[in-house]
Design a protein around this ligand. Structure first.
Ligand code: TRP
Length: 326
């Protein structure tokens, strides 16, 4: 039986951080062997919140470098920019006829953004964000989409659009399932629930050891553990979450030491820094090689865009036939 298809995507906002790795990339890397994967660079989606396009190409290349350095294999799965495959725009238009404005206004992810970004007058394209995302997924007939919690409503909208199309014009699209990531969220260095570029609380995959050390030194810990020998509460400490993920071998000991007060925050952070740096070392090595061979990185995109285009054209043939608009 043919392998199932996955469509995974990220907005190109520049260099990636540990939250991207833990929340998405790690899963993509695992899944690339089990599924036929497509890795989309959502450069149109960036426009919903930032109209300045000066850095979009540069940011896309930085993201591709991080993908490659982390272990995504472009021979297995094409990497491509949404903007280079016009079929995304066409399918977006057709799908925009299959969903109501009221349904899009009920999208909880959109409501959150409107609140967080203080938007008082939403643009048409932003309201339609999940419609374009549905086109991204269904253009490749994705059966599954690896996402974090916040994107699940968009996959639900994708399923509704697929169902509506199939009922109206005949069976063309699968109804994709969300594949949730286990460690969906890594807390930020300031204690926020989420590591995020806009909150400036990240450790980048490209951060050198001394930068990681500086960043962790300033990281927030349990506010009740003031002195070294005060007992601490690992469950409220973001550094402990990092140990959990990057230092599984020592995590029991660290938890006990923190609770008893034997282990101070400085020493705990030193251990954490060491493990994160060990984790990042091979990624940084590979990144440096790629930075010195940018033409190779660009060729990977050109090649991926060709391969993705073939699939997109073939799906649009099916769409045109089903709609009798061939
Ligand atoms: N909305 C996704 C995000 O912000 C990015 C994205 C765009 C995407 N198109 C997609 C994710 C298609 C999965 C599938 O993270």
């Amino acid at each position: 039986m043919a392998k199932k298809r996955i469509l995974s995507g990220m907005r190109p906002t520049g260099k990636l951080h540990l939250g991207h790795y833990v929340g998405a990339l790690e899963n993509w890397i695992k899944l690339q062997n089990e599924y036929n994967s497509f890795h989309l660079i959502a450069d149109y989606h960036v426009l919903t919140t930032d109209l300045n396009t000066d850095e979009i190409y540069h940011n896309s290349i930085e993201m591709v470098i991080d993908w490659l350095a982390s272990g995504l294999d472009p021979d297995k799965s094409p990497f491509f920019r949404q903007s280079q495959i016009k079929e995304h725009a066409e399918l977006n238009l057709l799908f925009s006829m299959l969903i109501t404005k009221a349904r899009l206004e009920r999208n909880p992810t959109l409501k959150e953004q409107i609140r967080d970004l203080n938007i008082d007058n939403i643009i048409f394209g932003h309201l339609g964000y999940p419609v374009l995302q549905s086109a991204d997924i269904l253009l490749y007939k994705g059966n599954a989409v690896p996402v974090g919690e916040d994107q699940v409503p968009h996959v639900e909208i994708t399923r509704e659009i697929a169902r509506k199309f199939n009922n109206q014009y005949g069976e063309v699209f699968p109804e994709p399932e969300p594949l949730l990531t286990k460690f969906a969220r890594l807390p930020g260095l300031d204690g926020d629930a989420k590591m995020s570029k806009s909150l400036n609380n990240t450790i980048l995959l490209s951060d050198k050891p001394d930068i990681v050390q500086q960043k962790l030194r300033k990281a927030v810990t349990d506010p009740l553990k003031v002195r070294k020998n005060d007992p601490g509460r690992p469950e409220v400490c973001l550094v402990f979450t990092y140990h959990n993920r990057f230092n599984p071998g020592e995590v029991k000991e660290i938890e006990a030491g923190c609770r008893s007060g034997e282990l101070g925050c400085v020493e705990c952070k030193t251990k954490c820094t060491k493990m994160i740096n060990e984790f990042l070392e091979p990624i940084i090595d590979r990144r440096m090689k790629l930075e010195n061979d940018l033409s190779k990185v660009k060729d990977i995109l050109v090649d991926g865009e060709k391969r993705a285009k073939d699939v997109a054209v073939s799906t649009m043939d099916d769409v045109h036939k089903a709609m009798k608009m061939g």
